[in-house]
Design a protein around this ligand. Structure first.
Ligand SMILES: Cc1cc2nc3c(=O)[nH]c(=O)nc-3n(C[C@H](O)[C@H](O)[C@H](O)COP(=O)(O)O)c2cc1C
Length: 212
């Protein structure tokens, strides 16, 4: 394998100021619909980057499960690595790597837990096995082997047989309220388009073009 030979000139589209929607939520929805129409695999998969009190960055993929004028919502274990990071430093960055469309969206801002009712509504919309798994997995803790995980699953399966699985106290959603949202479109000769929305203190959005 020669990584040096993996070179590509991007030419699918351009992104001009006049084409942008009024706010980044509408622009995101437009690009998201285009990602779905292009049949990109799991376009709601995004990289979530956090940093804890020690300043060390960490990143992982999570799924976008909600979006409205308030922000971008994902669900996870509150005591995981990301959960601990966010408890110490409630800011994060999301990256949507829509490489098949030569696009990337980067969203940054403060993060807060969603209301318990909102987490409960989403939790109960999930498949039964996923609900059980949220009880069975202490995300990011070291376990002795796969058998431990499966035994834990069997135990909760038995415990909640024939009744509603309650929302675990350690599980729920986070909402990232964007302060900036950057839309990146690959262009020829590395002269890419980067347009970044920035939220002003009065709530208005301004757009800046960023050098690629
Ligand atoms: C495609 C994909 C989607 C994922 N979606 C989620 C998710 O929505 N929530 C979640 O907690 N973990 C999700 N994961 C697992 C995370 O990447 C990660 O392994 C887990 O959350 C533990 O992360 P942490 O220990 O850094 O907090 C997903 C992984 C992949 C590859």
């Amino acid at each position: 394998m020669s990584l040096a030979d993996l070179r590509k000139d991007y030419s699918l589209a351009g992104l001009l100021e006049k084409d942008l929607a009024r706010d980044p939520f509408r622009q995101f929805e437009k690009w998201f619909q285009e990602a779905e129409a292009a049949k990109l695999h799991e376009p709601n998969a995004m990289t979530l980057a956090t940093a804890g009190a020690d300043g060390r960055p960490s990143a992982r993929t999570v799924l976008l499960k909600g979006l409205d004028g308030r922000g971008f919502v994902f669900y996870t274990h509150y005591e995981s690595h990301k959960g601990r990071d966010l408890a110490a430093n409630a800011r994060a960055t999301l990256v949507f790597p829509w490489v098949g469309l030569e696009r990337q969206v980067i969203v940054a801002g403060p993060v807060a837990r969603v209301a318990r009712e909102e987490s409960a509504a989403y939790f109960h919309s999930r498949p039964h096995a996923s609900q059980l798994a949220a009880w069975a997995s202490a995300q990011d803790t070291i376990i002795s082997g796969r058998a431990t995980l499966e035994a834990g699953f069997k135990a909760v399966e038995k415990k909640y047989a024939g009744r509603e699985v309650p929302l675990p106290p350690h599980w729920g959603g986070y909402r990232l309220s964007p302060e900036s949202v950057e839309f990146w479109q690959g262009r020829r000769s590395r002269l890419h388009d980067r347009l970044r929305y920035h939220r002003e203190p009065n709530g208005d959005w301004t757009v800046e073009r960023i050098s690629p």
